[in-house]
Design a protein around this ligand. Structure first.
Ligand code: HEC
Length: 129
């Protein structure tokens, strides 16, 4: 009797575990939110650097290139969108690529770069978000 009970218990616990795992997968942070969140994070960090007047080119380049990598993932993160959407993503990626390769060396220049980047984010959000 006891072994049978244990087997039944095992089955129930196993089924519950599978259900939890499946719902965790479904509720997990979707890739597209992650891509956006990472870009938002670095944009915020760079803005904070401007406020703190810490605008060294090397530090900015690192963040800008991480944002560029994320922008390059927008296509995969948002499948099935129209061509203008992917063009907007590519425009953002191009701006970030240029900025990461020739990183702004002063806070004034970084402010201008961030304004351009922010505008590229907004122009897509206005239409698609
Ligand atoms: C090509 C279009 C496009 C570009 C460019 C773009 N976004 Fe987005 N973003 C979207 C869309 C679409 C959503 C809505 C996603 C959803 O809610 O399912 C979104 C949502 C977001 C969110 C909310 C994410 C969430 O799910 O909680 C943040 C934050 C964000 N974007 C930040 C940025 C930043 C920062 C940039 C620029 C560096 C940027 N985005 C550039 C299309 C874009």
């Amino acid at each position: 009797m006891r072994p049978l009970l244990l087997v039944l218990l095992g089955l129930v616990v196993g089924a519950m575990g599978a259900t939890f795992a499946l719902s965790a997968l479904r509720q997990g942070t979707p890739f597209h939110s992650g891509v956006m969140a990472v870009m938002q994070y670095h944009l915020g960090a760079l803005r904070a650097n401007v406020r703190a007047k810490q605008c060294d080119a090397k530090g900015s380049a690192g963040r800008l290139s991480r944002m560029e990598a994320m922008a390059g993932d927008i296509r995969e993160a948002f499948p099935g969108m129209d061509t203008p959407f992917y063009e907007a993503a590519e425009r953002l990626r191009g701006i970030l690529d240029g900025a990461a390769k020739a990183p702004p060396a002063t806070c004034e220049a970084l402010t201008r770069t961030l304004a351009t980047v922010g505008e590229a984010c907004q122009s897509c959000h206005r239409q698609y978000r």
